[in-house]
Design a protein around this ligand. Structure first.
Ligand code: KG4
Ligand code: ZN
Length: 346
C-alpha cells in the first residue's frame, strides 16, 4: 500500500510518501523566512506560498521515495483545523490527484495527526502501536494547547485546552516583547538554557485549579509589564537570559503540572506529548523528570515530527485505512475550526 500525504494547514508545505505505514520520504518546506518580517503568519501569503511550493515538494518527495504518481494506492491531506486558504491548497490538490488516479482520498484531522506522532519511531520511521498503552497526551503548538485522553488507538477525547492563547503563542509573543526574531520559541529556549529562571517568578495561570484547561494570555501581559517596568533588562545579556528562563519556567511548569495531574486522575500509566512546543528543551527535561518521579512512562514525539509534517498525516491515514474508518468524499470541504472530539465525522 503506497500512500501520499499532504500537510498545508499553516506555514509548512509538506508531502510524505509511505509504504505499508513506513515513511519513505517526508519533505517539509517551511515559510518562516517569508513571515519573519511580519512577526507572524500572514494567511494570504501562506496560501500563495503553498501554491508555489506544493508541486516542487511533492515531486521531491516522490523522487526521494522512488515512487511514480501512478503507483499510489491512496491520497491523504489535512482537512482541518487550520488557515482556510492554506488548507484549501493541500486538500484540493489531494482530491484532484485521488480523482485522476481513481484512488481513495482520506481527509485528516491535524490534531489527530499530532496526537499519534509520539508512536512514530525507528528507521525507517513507522508506527510502533504494539507498545501502545492508554495515555494522557499533551498537544502543544503555536495554535493549540490541549490535554487528550487516548484510551486506545483512534479512541480519544479532549480533556481540556487553552481558554485563550496557546503555549507556543505565549512563547512567540513573549519572545517578540523581548526583541527576539520570529518565531521566538526556539530562540527563547536557547537563551533560557543559559539563564536563571528563579531570578523573576512569573505567574503560573490556572496551574492549581481543578480543570484540564490552560490560560496563557495573562502570563504574556505580565511579561509585557515586567519589561515596561524594567527596560534595562533587555540591555544586559545575563538579565535577558534570566528573563527568558523565567518565562520558559512558568510555561513549562504549568504544562507539566496539569499533564501529570490529568494522568493521575485518569489512572493511565503513559504520558505522551507532541506539537511544535514539544521541541522545547525545558519541557522535554521537566516532563521527563516529573514522569520519572511519578512513575509514568513518557513518550515524546521525535523532534523532527513535533513541528508540522506530512509523515504524521500519512501515519494517521494509514491507521484509519487499517481500521476501515478512512475514505472521505472527494467533495469534502475544509473544516478550519474542526474540533478533535468531532474527528470521527467524515
Ligand atoms: O506544531 P507547530 O509547528 O505549528 C502549529 O501547529 O502551531 O508549532 C509551532 C510552534 C511555534 O509557536 C514555535 O515557536 C514553537 O512551536 N516552538 C517552540 C520550540 N520549537 C518550536 N517553542 C518553544 N521552544 C522550542 N524549542
Ligand atoms: Zn501543528
Amino acid at each position: 500500500m503506497l500512500l501520499l500525504a499532504i500537510e498545508t494547514s499553516c506555514d509548512e508545505t509538506s508531502v510524505a510518501v509511505l509504504r505499508d505505514g513506513c515513511v519513505l520520504a517526508n519533505e517539509v518546506s517551511s515559510q518562516i523566512k517569508l513571515h519573519e518580517e511580519y512577526g507572524g503568519v500572514v494567511p494570504e501569503l501562506a496560501s500563495r506560498e503553498h501554491l508555489r511550493n506544493l508541486m516542487p515538494v511533492a515531486r521531491q518527495s516522490l523522487g526521494q521515495a522512488d515512487v511514480a504518481p501512478g503507483e499510489l494506492d491512496a491520497i491523504a491531506a489535512t482537512r482541518g483545523p487550520g488557515l482556510p486558504g492554506a488548507l484549501l491548497v493541500g486538500l484540493r490538490a489531494a482530491q484532484g490527484l485521488a480523482f485522476a488516479l481513481a484512488k481513495p482520498f482520506i481527509g485528516i484531522h491535524h490534531h489527530e495527526a499530532h496526537l499519534y506522532s509520539p508512536w512514530i519511531g525507528g528507521e525507517p520511521l513507522s508506527l510502533s502501536l504494539d507498545d501502545f498503552q492508554p495515555n494522557v497526551s499533551l498537544i502543544v503548538s503555536g495554535g493549540h494547547t490541549m490535554l487528550v485522553h487516548v484510551a486506545a488507538p483512534l479512541e480519544h477525547r479532549v480533556l481540556g485546552g487553552t481558554v485563550d492563547d496557546a503555549a507556543g503563542e505565549c512563547f512567540d509573543k513573549a519572545a517578540k516583547l523581548i526583541g527576539l526574531p520570529y518565531p521566538g520559541g526556539p530562540e527563547l529556549d536557547r537563551l533560557a538554557n543559559e539563564g536563571d529562571g528563579s531570578a523573576h517568578k512569573f505567574p503560573r495561570p490556572m496551574m492549581r485549579d481543578d480543570s484540564h484547561d490552560f490560560s496563557f494570555s495573562g502570563l504574556k501581559t505580565s511579561v509585557r509589564y515586567f519589561i515596561r517596568d524594567n527596560p534595562s533588562v533587555l540591555e544586559d545579556g545575563q538579565r535577558l537570559r534570566n528573563l527568558c528562563a523565567g518565562v520558559q519556567a512558568a510555561i513549562v511548569e504549568v504544562l507539566v503540572a496539569k499533564t501529570i495531574r490529568a494522568a493521575k486522575k485518569l489512572g493511565v500509566k503513559y504520558v505522551t506529548a507532541s506539537g511544535g512546543v514539544t521541541c522545547n528543551s525545558g519541557l522535554r527535561a521537566a516532563l521527563g523528570a516529573a514522569c520519572e518521579r511519578e512513575s509514568f512512562v513518557l513518550r515524546l514525539a521525535n523532534p523532527t515530527l513535533c513541528t508540522d509534517n506530512a509523515a504524521m498525516v500519512g501515519m494517521i491515514a494509514h491507521m484509519h485505512l487499517a481500521k476501515g474508518t478512512a475514505a472521505t468524499s472527494l467533495d469534502a470541504e475544509i473544516v478550519p475550526g474542526w474540533k478533535l472530539a468531532e474527528s470521527a465525522v467524515c
